[in-house]
Design a protein around this ligand. Structure first.
Ligand code: 0PR
Length: 385
């Protein structure tokens, strides 16, 4: 162990702390716009314990590799993945989407992607990185992909169709069962972006909310991306891409002569085992029952927030599908700026002229009670109310 000079250490940590003080932190409860959560305490502990591990060299860390396999088995069960499937650990939704499109392009040899207008901006990166063309489908009045319009876009050059299960802007769920039928008839790769909704929808179903199927029980679903650093209640960076057929991974594998495994699939080489251990620890700690309780509590806070906003006579873009609320405003940018000055972080969605509130697990009704008068005052000042 390297010895640490106490004086130098103190000076450096003082400097770090000064910078950190400028950050918004989840523990304040004042971050209402982020899709990430304050990591569960179990995640924090496991993360630190596995700081030096490298899953890019699996023979160096066979124990951590086993944790990864067990974590993937957990996700596989959650998403009803078939025995033929395989999971690929990724850094989050962006890498999950990139990896899925890489596979779709390799398998089909085609370059065009059909996706809803609500798709995350990571697909713009995909188009640029992989020279793919995005074909956008308009949304219905319920802010989900319009299937009639989608059908019109199908042609021989399509590499993949994207369905969103928990959209970034409003938490909506595209009609994945219909997309599955169409893609299975047309033999087109269907990727479901459940980066946010993957840890919500299965539990909403258990809680008897009316939500469409979105997982591998639908035979046309090829891949699903799901993030532990969003509603998985774990630490950044961690997502999983579940892939229906294990052999599809070969299409994105290269020989890896310098390390213990013969081949390496995916984008990254060296990658930390810490977020994997953290996500596994949280999954073990909460189990499906714990996640169900967490989702129930987020939905209770969502309904409460909805009620409090209605009392202010502010309207929502739509009835929320999950724990994401779009609040209609004439000047969302100005409201976000003023809220930020008061120490509250929410995100604006200019396209829909709204602000987005995400009711993550650390947000309580008490926090909403603190937030509402601040929002009210600002709205009155700028003439929204
Ligand atoms: N797919 C969906 C449906 C998403 O909502 C997001 C991110 C991604 C993919 C990309 O995921 P990564 O950012 O993990 O690669 N959605 C949020 C957004 O862009 C991410 C976010 C998280 C934003 C925390 C702000 C924040 O504080 O709005």
């Amino acid at each position: 162990m390297v010895s640490v000079d106490k004086k130098k250490r103190m000076k450096i940590f003082k400097e770090l702390e000064n910078f950190q003080q400028r950050d918004f932190c989840f523990s304040s409860g004042h971050i209402l716009g982020s899709m990430c959560a304050q990591p569960h305490p179990i995640a924090r502990e496991a993360y630190i314990q596995f700081l030096e591990t490298n899953l890019g060299d699996p023979e160096l860390c066979p124990g951590t590799k086993e944790i990864e396999s067990r974590f993937i088995a957990f996700i596989s069960k959650l998403l009803h993945a078939p025995k033929t499937s395989v999971g690929q650990i990724v850094s989050g939704g962006t890498e999950g989407n990139i990896t899925a499109m890489w596979i779709a392009k390799q398998l089909s040899g085609k370059k065009e992607v059909i996706l809803p207008e609500s798709a995350h901006f990571s697909f713009q990166k995909i188009a640029s990185l992989m020279n793919m063309k995005l074909i956008q489908v308009p949304l219905t009045n319920e802010y989900i992909m319009d299937i009639t319009e989608m059908k019109k876009k199908i042609h021989k050059g399509i590499a993949a169709v994207i369905g969103i299960a928990g959209s970034t802007e409003l938490g909506t769920i595209d009609p994945i069962p219909e997309l599955s039928d169409i893609c299975s008839d047309e033999h087109i790769f269907l990727h479901v972006d459940a980066a946010f909704g993957g840890f919500v929808i299965p539990f909403l179903k258990d809680l008897h909310y009316k939500v469409p199927e979105f997982d591998f029980t639908l035979k046309g679903v090829s891949t699903i991306s799901i993030d532990s650093h969003k509603m998985g209640y774990s630490a950044i960076p961690l997502g999983t891409l579940m892939i229906r057929q294990k052999h599809w991974l070969e299409s994105i594998s290269v020989e890896s002569p310098y390390i213990s495994s013969e081949k390496q699939a995916g984008i990254l080489g060296t990658r930390s085992g810490a977020p994997v251990a953290a996500a596994y620890a949280v999954a073990q700690y909460l189990g499906f029952e714990g996640y169900k309780k967490m989702v129930k509590s987020c939905m209770d806070v969502t309904s409460y927030t909805e009620k409090r906003l209605k009392e202010l006579e502010l309207s929502l873009v739509m009835k929320p599908t999950m724990n994401v609320l779009g609040v209609k405003l004439k000047k969302p940018g100005q409201i976000v700026k003023k809220l930020s000055e008061q120490g509250w972080r929410v995100n604006k969605v200019e396209r829909l002229s709204c602000i987005r509130l995400v009711l993550m697990p650390q947000i309580t009704k008490q926090i909403i009670d603190e937030f509402i008068p601040v929002l009210q005052k600002i709205c009155e000042e700028v003439g929204e109310l």
